[in-house]
Write a protein that binds this ligand. Structure first.
Ligand code: ADP
Length: 267
C-alpha cells in the first residue's frame, strides 16, 4: 500500500478564481525520499499542507495509510504519522530547554515518562543534539534549531516527515547538517521523507523528484535516471549542479568527463 496517495487532487484558495493544484494522481511509497521542486508559485507549499490535513482538498482526496484526510476520525492518526518541518522552527519551541521541548510534545501525546526518557536519548543521537539538550532553543544556531525541531517531531514516531523549505534559511553548514540528517533518517530508520526545496543539488540526493509547474506535476523521475533528464532541465533554465554541468558539457563536446575536468580545473 502507498503511504500517501493523491487522487484527482485539486486545490483552490477561496479568494482566488484559479486552481493552484490541478488533478494530481500520485503514490508515495514507504521508505522513499521524494523531493518536490518547482518555481515560486508552482504550488509546492500548498501541496505540503495537504499531506497531513493542515489544509483540505477542494477537489479529489489525499489518503494517508489508506485513510482520507477529510475523515474526522482519521485526522488525529494522520497528524501523528505525518510530521511537518517548516522553514523557520522558531515559533515551534514552547519550553525553556531543548530537552523540555522534546518532552512537551510527547507529554501531550500521552507517552509514558520512562518511554519519554528513552526516546529523548534516541532522537537526540539520531539528529546529533545530545550536547545541546540543556540549552535554550532561542540561543541555538539555525542548523541546531532545525535539528532540535526535527527531534521533537521524531520523538512522536511519525512514519513520514515533510520538510517544507526547511534548509532555505540556513547557511551552507546548517544546510549540510540537515541534509545529512534527512539522509540518515531515510536510509537507516526507514522513514519516508518528502522534501520541498528549490535547490536542485538537494533534490538530486533523494530517490525521486517531482517537478512542479503551474499546479501540476510536470515530471516524476527517479534520480537514477537524472542523466536522461539534464537536457530538458537545462531547457527549463534550471541551474544544474557543477558535476552535471561538466557531464553535459563533456557530452556536447564528445569528450571524456575526466579530460574535460582536467581542462577546466587544471591538473
Ligand atoms: P510555491 O510553494 O511553489 O511557491 P505556493 O503553494 O505557495 O507555491 O503558491 C501557489 C499559488 O497559490 C501561487 O500563485 C500563490 O500566489 C497562491 N497562493 C498561495 N497562498 C495563497 C493564499 N493564502 N491565498 C491565495 N492565493 C495563495
Amino acid at each position: 500500500m502507498a503511504i500517501i496517495e493523491l487522487r484527482d487532487l485539486e486545490y483552490q484558495y477561496e479568494e482566488s478564481d484559479e486552481k493552484v493544484l490541478k488533478g494530481l494522481n500520485k503514490k508515495i511509497h514507504q521508505g522513499e525520499w521524494l523531493s518536490i521542486i518547482g518555481a515560486n508559485g508552482s504550488g509546492k507549499s500548498t501541496l505540503s499542507r495537504l499531506f497531513n490535513g493542515l489544509s483540505q482538498p477542494t477537489g479529489g482526496s489525499v489518503l494517508v495509510l489508506g485513510k482520507k484526510t477529510t475523515e474526522e476520525d482519521s485526522l488525529q492518526m494522520i497528524r501523528r504519522e505525518v510530521g511537518m518541518v517548516f522553514q523557520n522552527p522558531e515559533h515551534q519551541f514552547v519550553a525553556p530547554t531543548v530537552r523540555d521541548d522534546i518532552a512537551f510534545g510527547m507529554e501531550n501525546a500521552g507517552v509514558p515518562r520512562e518511554v519519554m526518557l528513552e526516546r529523548i536519548d534516541e532522537v537526540s543521537r539520531w539528529v546529533n543534539i545530545e550536547h545541546i539538550l540543556h540549552m535554550e532553543p532561542h540561543r541555538l544556531s539555525g542548523g541546531q534549531k532545525q535539528r532540535a525541531a526535527i527531534a521533537g517531531i521524531l520523538a512522536l514516531r511519525p512514519q513520514v516527515m515533510v520538510f517544507d523549505e526547511s534548509t532555505s534559511m540556513l547557511d551552507p553548514n546548517g544546510r549540510k547538517e540537515i541534509l545529512e540528517t534527512m539522509n540518515r533518517l531515510c536510509r537507516e530508520s526507514g522513514l519516508t521523507i518528502i522534501s520541498i526545496t528549490h535547490y536542485l543539488e538537494e533534490a538530486f540526493m533523494s530517490d525521486r523528484i517531482w517537478f512542479m509547474k503551474a499546479g501540476r506535476i510536470e515530471k516524476d523521475v527517479t534520480t537514477a535516471n537524472i542523466p536522461d533528464q539534464l537536457e530538458w532541465m537545462e531547457a527549463e533554465g534550471m541551474p544544474l549542479p557543477y558535476k552535471y554541468q561538466l557531464y553535459r558539457e563533456a557530452k556536447k563536446r564528445r569528450i571524456d568527463i575526466r579530460t574535460l575536468r582536467t581542462m577546466v580545473e587544471g591538473e
